[in-house]
Design a binder for this molecule. Structure first.
Ligand code: NAD
Length: 296
């Protein structure tokens, strides 16, 4: 089957590579031509616009930073909808505002194109392994049609509801992850300044109720001072902004998310927005004047 892939960044590139390995024919596009060339070297077809991608395939996948890029790539000049035919399926796997997903899907449907929103969780390691958690919103028939494709990239593919609901699930995911990292940071700064080895505390608590996927993924990186992304703080700010906007629009107070948003804004001011979100701990380290690192 012929598939299009637009957005070959930290996540999109390994996801596209897995589709090639699984035997799909791929038409690819990104503003970053080096990323396109890397995929072309592995057998993908090179395209210069989203329109050109859509003209060649039955299913177009997008993995872009946020709502404005998705709107531009799908609805804009030389966009996907200019090249798509009735029956084309678009699967937007970016994390965007649920309302925007609904609006773009409605515009697509005017020309007989179904759009699903299918954001992912798991980060670069799971994108490489093909073990992402994928949360899908859209009509059940279209979801069924792309399930095999999504299963190449993810070990869990769950249809959450109608279009937009994939991104609602992703916002819930991002609130939980952000608050977990902040809680972990607060706790380990306290333990370290109290004079206890943070690596030993990590080993002592990871098997108990405080243990979590976040703790296991982020604490080893914190202990070695490795804040290379992964998932950049600036992208998490984007997701929390989408969460705060959605919460405001439907009347849901989100006090803890608002506080973690301010912490991430402070890190942005300090020039750390390109760090991995595990770097949230640097805010707490600065406040308490302590460094949570492995004993050397
Ligand atoms: P990224 O910035 O590494 O990649 C985005 C890619 O889109 C870049 O290669 C960029 O050149 C391309 N792009 C941007 N605008 C474009 C346009 N108009 N036309 C064509 N290409 C364009 O971001 P990423 O980390 O791969 O994240 C992508 C999405 O996945 C985001 O919504 C992010 O929130 C989400 N996500 C990321 C992670 C992670 O750990 N990085 C995890 C889960 C979900």
């Amino acid at each position: 089957m012929k598939i299009g892939f637009i957005g070959l960044g930290i996540m999109g590139k390994p996801m596209a590579k897995n589709l090639l390995k699984a035997g799909y024919q791929l038409w690819v596009h990104d503003l970053n031509r080096a990323a396109v060339r890397e995929l072309v070297d592995q057998g993908a077809h090179e395209c210069f616009t989203p329109r050109e991608v859509a003209e060649n395939v039955a299913v177009v996948l997008t993995m872009l930073p946020n709502s404005p890029q998705v709107q531009e790539v799908i609805l804009g000049k030389n966009g996907v909808l200019e090249g798509a035919s009735a029956g084309t399926i678009i699967v937007d796997m970016s994390s965007i505002a649920p309302l925007v997903a609904r609006e773009v899907a409605a515009r697509a449907l005017e020309q007989g194109v179904v759009m699903l929103d299918a954001p992912v969780s798991g980060g670069e390691p799971k994108a490489i392994d093909g073990t992402l958690a994928i949360m899908v919103g859209g009509p059940p028939e279209a979801c069924a049609q792309v399930r095999d494709i999504l299963s190449v990239m993810g070990s869990s593919v769950v249809r959450v509801g109608e279009v937009g609901s994939g991104n609602v699930a992703k916002l819930a995911n991002q609130i939980i992850v952000a608050l977990n990292i902040a809680a972990m940071s607060e706790a380990f700064v306290l333990a370290t300044k109290a004079g206890v080895d943070p690596e030993v505390v990590f080993q002592a608590i990871r098997g108990g109720l405080a243990g979590s996927t976040v703790l296991d993924a982020k604490m080893p990186l914190v202990l070695s001072g490795d804040f290379k992304p992964g998932f950049r703080i600036e992208l998490h700010i984007k997701d929390l902004q989408n969460a705060l906007d959605t919460a405001r629009a439907i009347g849901v107070p989100v006090p803890l998310s608002s506080q973690v948003m301010e912490i991430m804004q402070a890190l942005r001011v300090a020039g750390k927005e390109k760090d991995d979100h595990g770097g949230i701990i640097q805010f707490y380290e600065q406040l308490a004047q302590v460094s949570v690192r492995k004993a050397t």
